[in-house]
Write a new protein. Structure first.
Lengths: 127, 451
């Protein structure tokens, strides 16, 4: 059973979003990391650039696939998780602790439209 | 009659038809409508025997005119040690098709790995792919990489001094992909970077230049990489691989991408092809370089082995998100370059480049003394230079006189560019293979015409 923390919001592309001090942290869900398998590379987005909702923002490569990360809410990239540069497998180890990037001046309405844990769980069931 | 290339007998065919339960070939195609079927009147002649074909091809080949080539324009007559053909013609290399079970073909993978290592050593770059079709193809892949590396970029700046064929391929690529090529102008035969800062608009992904350029001139890229990098753009330099024995390498110019042809190293002239393209990049672009890449590793028992690696960006994995559709390489031609370089070593490569330089400059110096021809620009060149004639009549006479001496005097630039301003320009290439006698023969004929 995939772990789906209650306090996070989710996209149908299997990204999670966590709000913390005016920043929105974005990562991939347990379902996404287990589907991908052993992750060997995370391409981090450029800091300072504004990305739209549903825009392809980075790529995660595993031993069996390369997947686009679809930005779940519009915002400006202010932080990337540098730890993933040398240790991309951290996403497999703990996908909710190891975010990919953080956004500022993000769209509140995009955030509100994301799924809550219950709905995301139901969505996974439906797949 | 003998048809050694058609292995199936009538009996074989009958067995195959029986196996799928149809009586005849005609029955197999029954579902096709009348207009899709070829009628009997296909206008091709009957098949011929192997011997007949050989005779026919030989007689066509004998109509080729022979001569001493001073032709270049991207394809050069350099010396090739006989080891190259002897080894590259081994059946295991010649007949090998692209290895689908790549790791089963360790020998081929090792040969490609050696090729990549040599390309990295010569260009100074960190990562090379297994080769591309030719330099023009490599330039278009460089453009594609640039576009995908910079968000919202739509345009690639290209020096107007790059090879006309490379420019054609780039234009085709841009048209199909919906991108734009914008030319950087030239001045005195080399790229003019005086307006570069203004030319790097927000939609620009990078700049592609070539040295030696389409005229044979070597270009100066001081400060160019920095100006591009400050604006988030990439810098690609295209070079004849052999020229890098004598000029600054792409890495020394701080380029992000090195591309070009390896034809000068071990690949014979064959009516302009096949060539072999190389492409190498910095470590930062390791996951964006297109094509196949061979990596060295160890197997479960700790033995050294080779494997295809870093394929995540390719279309069989990334599907419609793939950034390149190059699925192949030029393995046999790359192998010829690899054997050639192994035979020559660094010392031999430098000597070939230096001799080409010295001989080209000897010929250029003496031709420039003659009335009616000039070396219009004062830019440095390596083994190829542009002669400019005072008028078309003398140019024609010059070409004819040298042709009478069995000399191919050079390539008319306008035959490649179709531009009126190139009408009087003749590109003359001199390699280390041209002997002193051949150079004197050229000069003597030239002196007879241009007096």
């Amino acid at each position: 059973m995939d772990s789906i923390p209650q306090e996070l919001k989710y996209s149908k592309d299997h990204e999670w979003v966590r709000l913390e001090n005016d920043k929105a942290f974005v990562g991939i869900t347990d379902h996404a990391q287990s589907e991908l398998g052993e992750i060997v590379f995370v391409e981090l987005p450029p800091i300072g650039e504004r990305f739209n909702k549903d825009e392809e923002i980075s790529t995660v490569e595993s031993v069996k696939a390369a997947s686009a990360i679809i930005n779940p809410i519009e915002g400006v990239v202010v932080e990337v998780n540098e730890d993933l540069d040398g240790s991309p497998e951290l996403v497999n180890t703990d996908c909710y602790k190891n975010y990919l990037y953080a956004l500022e001046s993000f769209s509140r309405s995009d955030y509100d439209e994301l799924l809550n844990a219950t709905d995301y769980g139901a969505y996974l069931e439906s797949l | 009659m003998v048809y050694p290339y058609i292995p199936h007998t009538d009996e074989d065919r009958k067995k195959m038809l029986d196996a799928i339960g149809v009586a005849s070939i005609e029955e197999l195609y029954e579902g096709l409508t009348e207009e899709l079927m070829l009628s009997d009147s296909v206008p091709i002649s009957h098949g011929r025997s192997e011997d007949e074909v050989l005779r026919m091809i030989t007689s066509i080949a004998q109509r080729n005119s022979k001569g001493i080539p001073f032709l270049g324009c991207g394809c050069y007559d350099h010396l090739i040690p006989s080891t190259v053909q002897a080894l590259a013609n081994l059946p295991s290399f010649v007949t090998a098709y692209t290895p689908y079970q790549a790791e089963m073909s360790q020998g081929l993978l090792q040969a490609i790995y050696e090729f990549q290592s040599m390309i990295c050593e010569i260009t100074g770059m960190d990562v090379s792919n297994a080769s591309l079709y030719d330099g023009a193809n490599a330039a278009s892949e460089a453009a594609s990489l640039m576009i995908h590396a910079k968000r919202k970029a739509t345009t690639v700046l290209v020096s107007s001094t790059i090879h006309p064929f490379a420019l054609q391929v780039l234009t085709t690529w841009a048209t199909g992909a919906g991108h734009r090529i914008r030319l950087v102008s030239e001045h005195l035969g080399v790229a003019d970077f005086s307006q570069l800062d203004a030319e790097i608009t927000d939609d620009v992904a990078g700049l592609i230049v070539q040295s030696p350029n389409r005229y044979g001139f070597l270009e100066d890229y001081s400060g160019i990489a920095q100006r591009l990098h400050e604006r988030g753009c990439l810098f690609a330099i295209s070079s004849d691989l052999l020229s890098l024995a004598m000029q600054k390498s792409p890495a020394e110019w701080d380029a992000d991408i090195a591309v070009g042809d390896t034809q000068a190293l071990g690949i014979p002239l064959g009516f302009g092809g096949p060539s072999c393209g190389y492409m190498a990049v910095t470590k930062a672009l390791m996951r964006k370089i297109p094509g196949r890449i061979v990596g060295a590793t160890v197997d479960a028992q700790g033995r050294k082995g080779y494997t295809l690696t870093l394929q995540a960006r390719e279309q069989h994995i990334k599907r419609e998100h793939a950034t390149s559709n190059v699925c192949s390489n030029q393995a046999l031609a790359a192998l010829m370059t690899t054997i050639h370089l192994s035979s020559l070593g660094w010392g031999g490569m430098v000597e070939a480049a230096q001799q080409s330089y010295v001989k080209a400059h000897y010929l250029a110096y003496h031709l420039a003394q003659l009335p009616g021809i000039s070396l219009i620009w004062d830019s440095p060149f390596w083994c190829e230079f542009p002669l400019v004639f005072s008028d078309a009549k003398r140019m024609r006479k010059f070409l004819q006189e040298l042709r009478n001496e069995d000399i191919f005097a050079g390539v008319r630039l306008s035959s490649l560019t179709r531009k009126p301003q190139d009408e009087l320009v003749l590109l003359v290439a001199v390699t280390e293979k041209r002997s002193r006698e051949e150079l004197e023969l050229y000069l003597a004929a030239a002196r007879r015409v241009m007096k």
